[in-house]
Design a protein around this ligand. Structure first.
Ligand code: SAM
Length: 319
């Protein structure tokens, strides 16, 4: 298990570093850094950079300011010194699952289309319209890696009842297979496009113990209790973490496990570089902090025990 956790965290760190590289490329490509070699007001830079989608440009500039690439003082912006290292070493590289690299490249290219208009048809980040692209992302080895961690951490096995909040198109099969015909897997997702891909997979695998429901997890009130609740890469789309974490805790039997997988922001410096790209999905709110999740657990009013597995997985046991 330790090796899997290490692999997950190293991939997430590499995703942040590649996002930083792509973000720096955008600053060069759009002439933002060249213009900011001497001080300019925000208004001037927003007008002079030839990017039609000014909301995207504002978001890009704010990300540079957050990362300290651009300094802001007295209402003027100026380029600061910034250096960047991507560590490729014999110790690190065997951990990296390479499939996500081309997906990140594709998302990087989508920014050019989004810079014309956010609704450009070549921006493929909508959960419903672009369910196929999301399915490609969710089918990567990286995603199977954290599902394997989820199964092991939650001790998911035959006969268990499992609820997956924001299940996506792949987990219903990959996780559903572990609870088997004597168990039950209920997947909830608000995207009909994503669910129809998942549905056709479970039908062709004959997994009739898997049920999918088209619902918004911010609005549900669980009526039943489960042995395990999963939330992987979902809190980043939720503006009401307390409400959703409470829903998850309410849905657990006592002794049940809640498994949360997210790149908790205090563990990944410069994660705002990755967030810039994920904002192409209109529902993206931001990667949650570990402390926001802990506060939400406290606010749920339930007694719990928590174990941190590396930098991106929390395993919570309801007492
Ligand atoms: C990044 S994917 C992760 C999918 C899955 N948990 C996994 O790890 O493979 C996020 C999924 O959550 C769904 N989603 C986002 N916000 C949601 C909400 N408020 N209610 C239900 N589903 C939501 C999306 O449709 C998408 O399928």
């Amino acid at each position: 298990m330790d090796a899997l956790i290490k692999k997950l965290d190293k991939n997430i760190s590499a995703m942040v570093r590649i996002s930083m590289l792509h973000l720096l490329q955008l600053g060069l490509k759009y002439g933002i850094f060249a213009r900011l070699a001497s001080p300019q007001s925000r208004g001037d830079i927003l007008t002079s950079v030839p990017v039609g989608n000014k909301a995207l440009l504002r978001n890009l500039i704010n990300t540079y300011v957050k990362m300290g690439i651009i300094k802001e003082s007295g209402g003027r912006l100026i380029l600061d010194e910034f250096s960047y290292t991507l560590n490729i070493s014999p110790e690190n590289i065997p951990y990296i699952t390479p499939g996500w690299v081309s997906i990140f490249e594709e998302i990087y290219r989508m920014v050019d289309y989004a810079s014309i208009t956010p609704e450009h048809p070549k921006v493929l980040m909508d959960f419903d319209k672009d369910a196929d692209f999301w399915d490609m992302r969710l089918s990567l080895e990286f995603n199977s890696l954290y599902r394997e961690i989820t199964v092991k951490a939650g001790g998911l096995k035959d006969e268990m009842k499992v609820l997956d909040l924001g299940c996506g198109s792949v987990s219903p099969v990959e996780i559903g297979q572990h609870v088997g015909p004597n168990g039950e897997y209920v997947g909830i997702d608000f995207s009909p496009g994503i669910l129809s891909i998942a549905e056709s997979r479970i039908r062709s695998s004959g997994m009739d113990w898997v049920t999918l429901r088209e619902l918004d997890i911010r609005k549900i009130i669980p009526k039943r209790r489960y042995d395990a609740v999963i939330m992987s890469f979902i809190l980043e789309y939720v503006d009401s973490i307390n409400r959703v974490v409470k829903t998850a805790m309410d849905a657990l039997e006592s002794g049940g496990k809640l498994i949360i997988v997210e790149p908790f922001r205090e563990n990944y410096p410069n994660i705002c570089a990755w967030e810039f790209f994920e904002r192409l999905t209109k529902d993206f709110v931001g990667f949650p902090s570990r402390s926001a999740v802990l506060n939400a657990l406290e606010a749920s009013g339930e007694e719990f025990r928590i174990k941190e597995l590396g930098s991106s997985v929390l395993l919570i046991t309801k007492m």
